[in-house]
Design a binder for this molecule. Sequence first.
Ligand code: NAP
Length: 247
Amino acid sequence: MAEPSLLILGGTSLAANLARVISSLKLRAVYSLAGRTEPTSTPDMEIRTGGFGGAYALADYLKRENFTAVIDATHAHAAGISANARAACTQAGVALLRLQEPPWVMVPGDNWIDAADITEARDKAAEIASRVFVSTGRQAMEDFADDPRSWWLARVIAPGADLPELSNGEYVYARGPFDLVEELALLRDHDIGAIISKYAGGTATYAKIAAARQLAIPVVMIARPVSNDAEQAETVAEAVTWLQKVL
Ligand code: NAP
């Protein structure tokens, strides 16, 4: 019988935390990254980088490499890879767990404005503020490149040829996790009147939400994609328990 082995679909702080715990277990594990940015540190296990080439190719990879289980610990908004993981695991007969932190909960003082997607978020933010902090990552920057309605401060991890020039805005380069003091300073220093954020969860990027509350700045919140019907876990401990059950 093949040795039990695990594929972790990563790219988040939660995935890195999971990998740290898994690396101490006697188990073959592979950590997979999309490869959009250069990681600052990688877990102590086999790493693979780059897309698989869609759901069928991922299913082939799972079968070829004899994986027993997959933990999809990608970002809540990484809907493409999650859907592929669901389809591929079904096809390959491999156990799948979706690990993601629970979504943030509104507390008194929060002013969140719902948006279905990045375009709606941009339009809503432009209506209410002349200077907007865009904290949604590098993927949709074309939407802001030539929009003169507001000044856009876009935070991304690092420069890259994929980033269009912002005719009315600028980039700030930084990698989370972020703390409240630095988020308050960023918002104040740039006189920000609204934030665009993906509706995520966990602590790594929550400080901007707390800072917005403190400064009474509205947050235009882009809805989470609907999660697929894979088994769900919210913590590393729950994921490890699941793994022990399926291996
Ligand atoms: P996505 O739209 O779901 O993924 C696009 C494609 O990238 C996937 O179809 C897959 O290519 C490849 N891919 C994504 N994650 C991968 C992984 N862990 N290992 C190997 N291939 C992967 O995802 P995204 O929103 O572009 O996010 C890309 C990565 O950045 C994810 O791993 C995610 O965890 C991380 N991230 C995303 C966000 C966000 O806001 N979306 C925030 C923080 C971190 P193929 O179809 O060719 O297999």
